[in-house]
Design a protein around this ligand. Sequence first.
Ligand code: FNR
Length: 188
Amino acid sequence: MNEIKVLAISGSLRQKSSNTALMNAIIGLAPENMKFTIYGGLGDLPHFNPDLDVDEGPASVRELRTQLREADGVLLCTPEYGNGVPGVLKNALDWLVSTTVFMNKPTAVISASPSPMGGDKAHASLLLTLKMIHAKIVDRGILIIPYITMKMNKGGAITDNELKQELLSVLQELEQACFLKQEETGSA
Ligand code: FNR
């Protein structure tokens, strides 16, 4: 089975973030051939300013772009703040608009919230931005998860069986999309 490299990004900087816990739980559910790198630089990126985007940009931005370029696929897990995408995540995406690093990149998009709506508005807004930078949003690789705190325990394990099945399906779809891309680009 081919190895697949996935860059995982949580849109929350909070130490006890449910989205980061969810992202880690998803990584724990993944088959062995899916190798995850967790992007940890979201909070260190400078505020997006096109004036700084010269000579390939600041070092932290270059690092983000390199990690994305090297990944076969991307997993995004995000909360919603003020009915929108967290500023830190939007800031990171703004640094990518002038690049092609997301071009045709299979991407799974998950929002999770303790609220009944599951961060649906952040999810929709994130999809708009990702489509603008030509990410390949994976069919059935998108998920909006309400009541997340009732579906995981304090140890970060998923206690809701239906959610676990949905996440396994997202992983499978992301894996397939990455395989297909490897075949298309001859990188398999
Ligand atoms: C929130 N939260 C929230 N939730 C939501 O579904 N829609 C929203 O618009 C907001 N807005 C919002 C604003 C502010 C200032 C805070 C502090 C919180 C709740 C948010 O989803 C909840 O705190 C999550 O637990 C945050 O995600 P992480 O950090 O647990 O991943």
